[in-house]
Design a binder for this molecule. Structure first.
Ligand code: ASP
Ligand code: MG
Length: 419
């Protein structure tokens, strides 16, 4: 007998029939002799619909109210799932994040979990019932206000509960069969990975893949929670995410892509100490997270250089208007903003000990006639920026060049969103 935390994403509980299908799966897990705690996301696109509704009321909804609004989505799915399980003859109780003891800081909309005290969940499991918890939400005990953990936060709820309950495994169910060597939506020959390390999947998640959110993986790594990423639409084993096993780590785990980024370039920045510090101070004060940075050597004799960086396109206006306000102080000539870029990232824990990976990557792109605009690296990741319209072809070319293509049709996409 095991203690299993299962998390079902929005596309797995999109309508009443899906909720009943998930209920049957939960009941089967329970009847196989396991204790089961289930974490659910809001049904289908509920969260987006609630956000749309709020912005129809006001362009700038108060963040506290926004969090109260959004937590409603998960309350709907958790209670319906409890009813569906009950209808199958198994007792189930649903709990809000607050009732489940998910304690967070006070950062509305992107709260961090600071503690989990799941006594009501443990009691429910001890009584032999299924416990269901609303994902993506918690409570800030100082203000006694509900908070949300940021988009996709139900994964984090599931892993945090699994850690606090000492679960044997945290199963994350979505509409893909696991972690693939690339997004099956653009690389039909993508292969499912049987296992992957926290570090590699963290780089993949941080590089734009939607399969797991970075915070959830960080949490799992910190508390050593084994995570099984799998599909609720099939019975197949998915991908096990665990600690790195140096003997088994492949050189390349996969190719991730991200088309949600934009590039800002400041032209003719005076090439003197302190300018970069000031630029990125201003951007940070605007609350914008940047990703890649490139600064050229100044063209001979000009004493000026261009500085480019990438950021989430949704933060484009914040960053550029903050920089416009310090135009005179920084002394650049012009700002260029470009949101037609794509980012490709090649990830693999074995990369650090294998030379030639970058040459092969650049060679594959050059053979495909794709221009590289920016490059950045970490110990286990190589990322390049291309034109947005080249991104899919770039991912396919690199996937093939690193022999990642599968000869079978493995990649089935069951839903629409990757969640
Ligand atoms: N419902 C929330 C969202 O759509 C949380 C989640 O799905 O994990 O972002
Ligand atoms: Mg969702």
């Amino acid at each position: 007998m095991a203690l299993i935390v299962q998390k079902y994403g929005g596309s797995s509980v999109a309508d009443a029939a899906s909720v009943q299908r998930v209920a049957a799966r939960v009941v089967a897990t329970k009847q196989a002799g396991n204790d089961v705690c289930v974490v659910v996301s809001a049904m289908g696109d509920t969260t987006d619909e609630l956000i749309d509704l709020a912005t129809q009321i006001t362009a700038d909804p108060p963040r506290r109210e926004m969090d109260i609004l959004l937590t409603a989505g998960e309350r709907i799915s958790m209670s319906l799932l409890a009813m569906a399980i009950d209808a199958l003859g198994v007792e189930a109780r649903s709990f809000t994040g607050q009732q489940a003891g998910v304690i967070t800081d006070a950062a509305y909309g992107r709260a961090r979990i600071i503690d989990v005290t799941p006594s009501r969940i443990s009691e429910t499991l001890a009584e032999g019932h299924v416990a269901i918890v609303a994902g993506f939400q918690g409570v800030n005990t100082e203000a006694n206000d509900v908070t949300t953990l940021g988009r996709g936060g139900s994964d984090t709820t599931a892993v945090a509960l699994a850690a606090a309950l000492g679960a044997d495994v945290c199963e994350i169910f979505s509409d893909v069969d696991g972690v693939f060597t690339a997004d099956p939506r653009i690389v039909p020959a993508a292969r499912k990975l049987a296992k992957i390390s926290y570090d590699a999947v963290l780089e993949i998640a941080a590089s734009g893949a939607k399969v797991l959110i970075p915070r959830c993986v960080e949490y799992a790594r910190r508390f050593d929670v084994p995570v099984h990423v799998r599909s609720s639409f099939s019975q197949m084993d998915g991908t096990m995410v665990t600690k790195e096993d140096p003997m088994e780590e492949p050189i390349i785990a996969g190719v991730a892509h991200d088309s949600s980024q934009a590039k800002v370039t400041l032209l003719d920045v005076p090439d003197v100490p302190g300018k970069a510090a000031r630029i990125f101070e201003v951007v940070a004060e605007a609350g914008v997270n940047i990703d890649m940075i490139v600064q050229n050597v100044s063209a001979t004799g000009t004493g000026k250089t261009d500085v480019s960086f990438t950021l989430p396109a949704v933060n484009g206006t914040e960053a550029t208007s903050a920089l416009e306000q310090v135009h005179a102080e920084i002394g650049y000539s012009r700002i260029q903003y470009d949101d037609s870029i794509g980012k490709l990232s090649l990830v693999g824990a074995g990369m650090k000990s294998h030379p030639g990976v970058s040459a092969r990557l650049f060679g594959a792109l050059s053979d495909a006639g794709i221009n590289i605009e920016m490059i950045s690296t970490s110990e286990i990741r190589l990322s390049v920026v291309t034109r947005a319209q080249d991104l899919a072809a770039a991912v396919r070319a690199v996937h093939t060049a690193f022999d990642l293509d599968s000869d079978q049709d493995e990649a089935v996409v069951y839903g629409g969103t990757g969640r």
